[in-house]
Design a protein around this ligand. Sequence first.
Ligand code: UDP
Length: 253
Amino acid sequence: MARRKKIYEGKAKTLYEGPEPGTIVQYFKDDATAFNAEKHDVIEGKGVLNNILSEFFMLGLGQIGVPTHFLKRLNMREQLVRSCEIIPLEIIVRNYAAGSLCKRLGIDEGTQLPRPIVEYCYKDDALGDPLVTEEHIAAFGWASQQDMDDILSLALRVNDFLSGVMLAVGIRLVDFKIEIGRVYDGDFQRLVVADEISPDSCRLWDIKTGQKLDKDVFRRDLGSLTDAYTEVARRLGVMPNNPPAPGKPQLVN
Ligand code: UDP
């Protein structure tokens, strides 16, 4: 079989040309990076877990009518997605204070926020993905006002969905990051949730113990990242090689 054409190699994923025009294959690597790639490691099995977890979340979003780029999982490490034009913003939604919000505003980690807070960062590794306001986004033309209204609504729907799914398995969704892409259907453009949704891009804490089950385990050297991600996959009933009854996450008492 002819080798596929590599389109882009990121920190945690490689993108290849898909089999049909307008499709892309996302290959999930085992590489873990933090602090703008200053910390790097290869963590066996991480890519497989993120591929399966991202599939689970994207399919669930599709089922409640939130459009995503996801088409189908191809194998343990790859999924087929619709190619889209990524809006150069990281959209962050926060329910509890953590990470950069604590540093910026001096709020204690874990403080429940009065309502979900949505933030935008400009996607630029060289600049360290700086926080930007809607003024910057409008002035530099990264997204239109209509796009921003749609992005806010998508971000809050993703937040409600993910919060509920995680709550059902005893996990608190502290915050997460999504990326949004534009797809073109003829003359029409619409926005879809793109990239990935996985413990690499969310903060997930066990509700009872507060144990971290996300990339902070790697960022802060808190133990095995694979064990943490496996625990998330196990609770959601999507462990690789152990497919559960379809659509039935396990309830945690
Ligand atoms: N996040 C991400 N990619 C980034 C920056 C942040 O996936 O490049 C996620 C991060 O995992 C967390 C949320 O976005 O779930 C908020 O991150 P924060 O702004 O607190 O940044 P951090 O403390 O991770 O630098």
